[in-house]
Design a protein around this ligand. Structure first.
Ligand SMILES: O=P(O)(O)OC[C@H]1O[C@H](O)[C@H](O)[C@@H](O)[C@@H]1O
Length: 559
């Protein structure tokens, strides 16, 4: 433990009891907890919505968990999760409800926004998605020349990109044979060039996905795509066959030139990073089938029901959220690695980074008070086993405490020989190695008889020894089905919610990203000015001037 970095949440009455647990468990070996309790693996395990969380390889015990549950109760977690599902305006700074859960609810629940039911609105959008999917797949909707749509290009960024990409990567076994997907998120022209190289204008459908319809990257990419389509000979009167949009700002989408009937609305009660379940996810059914999209939604809905109804102590997102707070605020963990052992989940860590770090990367509470503890886990990761040949060295022997989540589907949809068994073996072995490490005596034994003198042997043995006692969760599922994928994403959404409650944050706004947008606009003006007066700080002036020297000729031609 590196408790030097720990910043306990002393606003809770049980915080000092948690300090006591930290002292009590400081020298405890996780491995010894298994010898103390032969039922540990069964007791520290939760099943929900097709997923099983084994959290037994954390340095925790029943006394500590009880106290963490007391903290959750004191934070009002029970009441707050109910408030979110009921549509109360828990996004205080924007005065909005947070109802992504309603988008995957097929029950009779009827959450209200400003006293109004949103059920029929959700149903209408689902029907519109279903209808477009059927028209595209059957060839009723074609490109201007009458050819079927083959290429679907999602233009969107952040929450209007990452979730869709994560899900579609995950749904690879269900990809539609006749559809190819492409994404443009960044405002780097290279991205558009690559897509233009790989699509055919007459069989392409662009989805402009932007909740606000004011995001610079998306507007610029959408304009460039439309110009390119026209340059490829698509008549103005036919361009509507190649563009649809999703937005809560229907007026702006219409002003951009999207035909009204091609706009899929979304409510402002869906946060961008929680929006893949809304019309923002349009590319998901288009690239698979509507049925698969609904299976994804139902899986997420099952996790929602678990989160909403299971007691806190048997609640998977609650346990994961509390473990994260314990590790970060009491044990000094500096980041959190999420390592899916499935290539189809390669984009999941990136999606999580937005979901988690944009939600909880804040230092002022929802009450407007500066907090004096660390918030927001630093989430990172990539697919196993690639990381084992790279950064796992630091996980095993580095100086920092980094809790790990291993995500392991137990069956592959793409089997080749025994490859998948090896993949799973590595995931289990890594979790075990983090716990057990390698003792100095084991290292000495390995080195004996290798011709080293005593001093050399001791030195190398110390370098080879692995401390172990590093925490990890193992999250398994039978296979990465659409339902399990939905449940997995919903699980982490709720884990983020739990932590936001504990840290007293509004997890649903993102004021921090706004400043960069404003300064970006100003900088663009400076880079384009014919005459620039050095009016920024020294470093920024130097950078602006350097750019201007590289572009001297274009700038003087503009003059
Ligand atoms: O969907 P849009 O309105 O275009 O927003 C796209 C993204 O941009 C913003 O800067 C936010 O930080 C994200 O939360 C959002 O998902």
């Amino acid at each position: 433990m590196n408790s030097a970095n720990a910043t306990p949440l002393y606003q809770y009455s049980c915080a000092e009891v948690l300090d006591g647990h930290r002292a009590r468990l400081a020298d405890k070996k996780i491995a010894s907890l298994f010898s103390d309790n032969s039922m540990r693996a069964e007791e520290y395990c939760i099943e929900a919505a097709g997923l099983e969380l084994d959290y037994s390889k954390n340095c925790i015990d029943a006394l500590l968990l009880d106290t963490l549950m007391c903290m959750a109760s004191e934070a009002g977690l029970d009441e707050k999760r109910r408030a979110m599902f009921a549509g109360e305006k828990i996004n205080y700074s924007e005065n909005r409800s947070v109802l992504h859960t309603a988008l995957r609810d097929f029950s009779n629940a009827d959450p209200k926004v400003d006293g109004q039911s949103i059920k029929s609105e959700i149903k209408d959008v689902r029907n519109k998605i279903k209808e477009l999917t059927s028209k595209i797949h059957s060839g009723v909707w074609t490109g201007y020349s009458g050819k079927k749509i083959r290429h679907i290009i999602n233009i969107g960024i952040g929450g209007s990109f990452l979730g869709v990409k994560t899900v579609l990567d995950g749904l690879q076994p269900w990809w539609h044979d006749d559809i190819e997907t492409h994404y443009v998120a960044n405002i780097d022209p290279t991205d558009l060039h690559q897509v233009f190289k790989n699509i055919e204008p007459e069989t392409s459908l662009f989805i402009i996905a932007s909740k606000s319809f004011s995001t610079l990257e998306t507007k610029s990419n959408a304009t460039a795509a439309r110009d390119w389509m026209k340059s490829q000979g698509i008549p103005e009167s036919e361009i509507h066959r190649h563009f649809v949009a999703i937005s809560s700002n229907v007026l702006a989408a219409t002003a951009f030139g999207i035909a009204k009937e091609n706009i899929f609305p979304m409510g402002d009660w869906v946060g961008g990073r929680y929006s893949l379940w809304s019309a923002i996810g349009l590319m998901i059914p288009l690239a698979t089938s509507y049925d698969v999209f609904e299976r994804l939604l139902r899986g997420a809905g099952e996790m929602d029901q678990h989160f909403l109804t299971a007691p806190l102590s048997e609640n998977m997102p609650v346990i994961m959220g509390l473990l994260g707070v314990w590790h970060q605020n009491w044990c000094g963990a500096e980041s959190h690695a999420v390592l899916p052992y499935d290539s189809r989940l390669a984009s999941f860590p990136k999606h999580l980074q937005q979901m988690d770090m944009e939600s909880n990367g804040k230092t002022v509470s929802y009450k407007g008070e500066r907090v004096n503890y660390h918030t927001g886990e630093i989430v990172w990761g990539d697919v196993g086993t690639n990381g084992q040949h790279a950064y796992h060295q630091l996980l095993h022997q580095g100086s920092r405490l980094i809790p790990v989540d291993f995500i392991v589907p137990l069956k592959s949809y793409n089997p080749i020989g025994d490859q998948h068994r090896w993949l799973v073996s590595h995931a289990f072995a890594q979790s075990q190695a983090l716990m057990n490490g390698k003792s100095i005596n084991q290292a000495r034994e390995e080195l004996s008889g290798k011709g080293l003198n005593k001093v050399q042997l001791e030195s190398v043995a110390r370098q080879k020894a692995i401390p172990g006692n590093r925490p990890s969760n193992v999250l398994t599922m039978e296979s990465l089905s659409p339902e399990n994928l939905g449940a997995l994403i919903a699980l982490y959404e709720h884990k983020v919610f739990v932590q936001g409650v504990l840290w007293e944050l509004n997890s649903f706004d993102q004021w921090g990203v706004e400043l960069g947008k404003v300064l970006g606009d100003k900088m663009y003006q400076h880079l384009s000015e014919v005459i620039y007066t050095d009016c920024e700080d020294g470093s920024t002036n130097k950078l602006i001037n350097k750019y201007r020297r590289v572009h001297q000729q274009d700038l003087s031609e503009t003059a």
